[in-house]
Design a protein around this ligand. Structure first.
Ligand SMILES: [Zn+2]
Length: 141
């Protein structure tokens, strides 16, 4: 089955969840979280809690909600941790011209995603510490 056929199949799915940009993001990622590399399709829990993240958040860039370049497939943990984090806000602070976000997505998408990955990794490592402390405390071990 070609990627185009997979996208069409997803759009005809029983739940009617997918539109072009979200179906493309699912097919592009092949079941692996774009940000952390987790094999999301490895478990039903991973699959059912995964979803689409807008690399540039729709709260800030509503015009990019249906832009395929702005949609990536990711696991629930990455999606919830990223929230409304705007990578271009960090770029702007470093003196980058961010006046045309769509142009940046077209020309530097992988670089933008590459900026988000370590940012999320740092957040997730703090979560891991919190998980260890909390579970040990609750279970008295
Ligand atoms: Zn992830």
């Amino acid at each position: 089955m070609t990627d185009g056929e997979k996208i069409q199949w997803l759009k005809k799915g029983v739940y009617n969840w997918y539109n072009d940009p979200t179906a493309k993001a699912y097919v592009e990622a092949r079941g692996v979280c774009t940000y952390c590399g987790e094999d999301v399709f490895a478990s039903p829990a991973g699959f059912w809690s995964s979803g689409i993240d807008h690399v540039l958040p729709t709260a800030t860039y509503p015009q990019l909600e249906l832009e395929p370049l702005n949609c990536v497939y990711c696991c629930r943990r990455c999606n919830s941790k990223k929230g409304r984090m705007d990578p271009l806000e960090h770029w702007k602070q470093n003196g980058e011209d961010v006046s045309d976000p769509l142009k940046l997505l077209r020309e530097r998408r992988s670089e933008i995603i590459g900026f988000v990955k370590p940012w999320l990794k740092e957040k997730r490592s703090r979560d891991a510490e919190e998980y260890e402390k909390t579970t040990a405390l609750i279970r008295d071990c």
